[in-house]
Design a protein around this ligand. Structure first.
Ligand code: HDD
Length: 755
């Protein structure tokens, strides 16, 4: 207290003469303002999240392991300091010669503060710049031990993980719900070192050889002259490239399908894409493809929702992931493998396993579950963790090895290289989020941002000065030993295997595997995207590609564009058997973790609203209460969305607990047209009408208590239609929604004409 008192006194003295409102607050000085509003005068925990950051109320009191490193620095310590730890009396005024200046060059605090700010941004990822991540745990089932000796796959072994999901094309600040492939990158901090599985939500890729990666990315990124469009494939250069480079047809078709607009990161499959090689304890190898299967099922938005959300809540997927974890509704995926004998041909059922534009249908090689991933904690700091995490397909552990896939080979170079630009040097493995949990004993030294204080004098091998340390590990000591794959004598060539020339059989397989409504969406997506293309020749060329995939697809897209449908060359369409596993329609999934909007009005019975919310929570749903204003309905019934901020696209299902009439509930409504009072009756609030109308059009389940009928009528909701429940029993209303959410949407309500 002695010296501290003096410092405080001096600071107080220095503050004399400054108007009281601008005076820096001293530690311990009494505050005159209410505690939640005033700047705190002594260290205390950060304020709770602001209302618009509030996640839905927790489903369970989940134990949290934030995964933050033990030395995490927070800003609620005692005193503001410089980066050198010197305490500061003021951070609001530059050092000046008198209050009117000039500013003095010797102001180190000003210089340091602005210097650091000037360098806050680092280069964003050249692809996959936009992403969101979470911590979790992976538990091995032990079912893979016959094919891989990887320790983390053994039964019951729990491994901490960090998973980052992303879009590919957009910049860091772009919208989440654009039509694009999604990245699904997992870092396993295993006891044998870090293993990264850097996959996508689409099992195939645009190109068969990494040397084409700059081409496809340049074509898909915004045009270099005006830098538009952002985070879109709906433009000339993309379609120019994929129509000339037809090995991209399969991936493009997946992008145009519902897979290109996932409902949530929680509801996407993930794929390792390449064929990998697993090696067991006896040294026997097996070729495999990795699959992540979400326990919540694979679900998508519809295109209109995706477009609306991009404006209404560009952070939709990021928020959805964080909210679900915060609410204790932890997303889960099973990791599975398809296994193939490691033969010299490296084919399975005639499919070339080294061709990343091909899948192996699950009906031919079932996906065998080998472990489960649970995401259970949000990052503590976005930049430190989500932005600085660095994945690399070459981060492998004993028991998991690569194949000669030429796309994978190029990736093994690219990911190390990109971190040097992005993270500023070769020491990115020392950034907390990238640090292995296994002991590190490398001989890498120096370089920018060297964090370690290495001891010893002999960072080389062999040495005698450091006692010969560190030593090499033998096969029984968890060493990573490359599988000794024989390499056949061959001439150096720039060529692909002959089977790689088949660009159309698998796009056709995918198309034929989709349900009618999913095909309808594919047609609509191609028509939308090509409508945005200016060059007629490019549209025509895409149609010639589509003709080789399927006549109906080609004809319907051509019709939408107002162009003649070209004929495919005779025999161009190959006979393929569909793979029902590729369709997202027709299965049932748990409704757990789905978002339910509960629409209330000033006339709603608060007891009933409470009952609905509890029933929804008991069913594992995440209910959000929508009300005319933000005023709580009761002490225990906070409002999460006002009418002004609610839009149907946020919800998987809508539950109406009162008919919101204009007049009583129109606070904030500014739409003059909707204020019409018909026949002396107050009209329904236009925003509530739109909510019900959109939810109905997007084939979402709807339920309403008896007075919802007026809303149904105004919103064009047919009360007899499938997936619309109207009644007086609150519990039945919720169970009707839960039942219907099992299929994600009420598919019967979508018109589907493409067969
Ligand atoms: Fe890649 C990032 C997935 C081919 C070069 N890639 C990146 C990320 C994912 C993928 C999920 C984001 C990781 C994160 O969240 O930080 N990439 C894939 C898949 C591919 C693929 C599934 C094909 C099967 N990628 C690919 C090729 C190359 C790259 C062929 C280059 C030759 N990818 C990169 C990169 C990135 C990247 C430039 C950008 C930022 C980063 O690596 O760390 O190096």
């Amino acid at each position: 207290p002695g010296p501290m008192k003096k410092i405080v006194d001096r600071v107080v003295e220095a503050a004399e003469g400054i108007p009281s409102g601008q005076r820096p607050r001293m530690p311990g000085a009494p505050s005159t303002e209410p505690p939640q509003v005033a700047e705190p005068t002594e260290p205390r925990a950060p304020l709770p999240p602001k209302p618009d950051q509030l996640a839905p109320a927790p489903l369970s009191a989940a134990g949290r392991d934030t995964g933050a490193p033990a030395d995490a620095a927070s800003q609620n310590g005692g005193y503001l300091t410089t980066a050198q730890g010197v305490r500061l009396p003021d951070s609001d005024h530059s050092l000046k010669a008198g209050p009117r200046g000039p500013v003095l060059l010797q102001d180190h605090h000003l210089r340091e503060k602005i210097m650091h700010f000037d360098h806050e941004r680092i280069p964003e990822r050249v692809v996959h710049a936009r992403g969101a991540a979470a911590h979790g745990v992976f538990r091995g089932y032990g079912t893979a031990t016959g094919v891989s000796k990887a320790a983390f796959l053994q039964e019951g072994v729990e491994t901490p993980v960090f998973v980052r999901f992303s879009t590919v094309l957009g910049s860091r600040g772009s919208a989440d719900t654009v039509r694009d492939t999604r990245g699904f990158a997992t870092k396993f901090y295993t006891g044998e070192g870090v293993f990264d599985l850097v996959g996508n939500n689409i099992p195939v890729f645009f190109i068969q050889d990494a040397i084409k990666f700059p081409d496809v990315v340049h074509a898909a990124k915004p045009h270099p002259d005006r830098e538009i469009p952002q985070a879109q494939s709906a433009h000339d250069t993309f379609w120019d490239f994929v129509s000339l480079h037809t090995e991209a047809t399969h991936h493009t078709l997946w992008n145009m399908s519902d897979r290109g607009i996932p409902r949530s990161y929680r509801m996407m499959e993930g794929f390792g894409v390449h064929t990998f090689r697993l090696v067991n304890a006896e040294g026997a190898s097996t070729l495999v493809k990795f699959h992540w299967k979400p326990k919540a099922g694979v679900h998508s938005l519809v295109w209109e929702e995706a477009q609306l959300i991009a404006g209404m809540d560009p952070d939709f997927h990021r928020r959805d992931l964080a909210d679900a974890i915060e609410a204790g509704s932890f997303p889960e995926w099973e990791l599975g493998i398809q296994t193939f004998p490691d033969t010299p041909e490296q084919t399975f059922a005639g499919i070339d396993l080294l061709d990343p534009t091909k899948i192996v249908p699950e009906e031919l090689a079932p996906v065998q579950p080998i472990g489960v991933l649970t995401l259970n904690a949000n990052p503590t700091n976005f930049f430190a963790e989500t932005e600085q995490v660095a994945f690399h397909p070459g981060h492998l552990v004993p028991g998991i090895d690569v194949t000669d896939d030429a796309l994978l080979a190029g990736r093994l170079f690219s990911y190390l290289d990109t971190q040097i630009t992005r993270l500023g040097g070769p020491n990115f493995a020392q950034i907390p989020i990238n640090r292995p949990h296994a002991p590190v004993n490398d001989m890498l030294r120096d370089g920018f941002h060297q964090d370690a204080v290495h001891s010893g004098v002999a960072p080389y091998k062999p040495n005698s000065l450091d006692g010969g340390c560190p030593f090499f590990a033998g096969p029984g000591e968890h060493a990573f030993i490359e599988h000794p794959v024989p390499i056949a004598a061959a001439a150096k060539v720039r060529e692909a295997p002959a089977t790689f020339a088949d660009h159309f059989s698998q796009p056709r397989l995918f198309w034929l595997s989709l349900s009618p409504v999913e095909r309808e969406h594919v047609i609509a997506a191609y028509t939308f995207e090509l409508s945005k293309v200016y060059e007629q020749a490019i549209k025509e060329r895409v149609l010639t590609v589509l003709a080789r995939v399927d006549e109906v697809l080609c004809r319907e897209v051509a019709q939408g564009l107002g162009l003649p449908a070209p004929q495919a060359p005779a025999g161009a369409q190959v006979e393929v058997a569909p793979s029902p596993a590729l369709s997202q329609v027709g299965q049932r999934w748990p409704a757990t973790g789905r978002v339910l909007g509960i629409l209330t009005a000033t006339t709603s019975d608060v007891g009933v609203v409470r009952q609905l919310r509890e029933a929804a929570r008991d069913a594992g749903l995440m209910p959000l209460i929508i009300a005319p204003t933000g005023a709580p309905l009761a002490d225990d019934l906070a409002v999460q969305r006002t009418y002004a901020a609610a839009r149907s696209v946020e919800f998987d299902a809508l539950l109406v607990a009162g008919a919101p009439t204009r007049g009583a509930d129109d606070h904030g409504a500014r739409d003059a047209k909707s204020g019409a009072v018909a026949g002396g009756q107050p009209a329904l609030d236009s925003r509530a009408v739109l909510l019900a109308n959109e939810a109905y059009r997007h084939a979402k389940p709807l339920a309403g208590l008896a007075d919802a009928r007026a809303l149904w009528a105004a919103a064009g909701v047919d009360p007899q239609a499938p997936g619309v429940f109207t009644g007086t029993d609150a519990a039945r209303a919720v169970s009707a929604l839960v039942e219907q959410l099992g299929t994600h949407r009420v598919w019967e309500r979508f018109p589907a004409t493409a067969h």
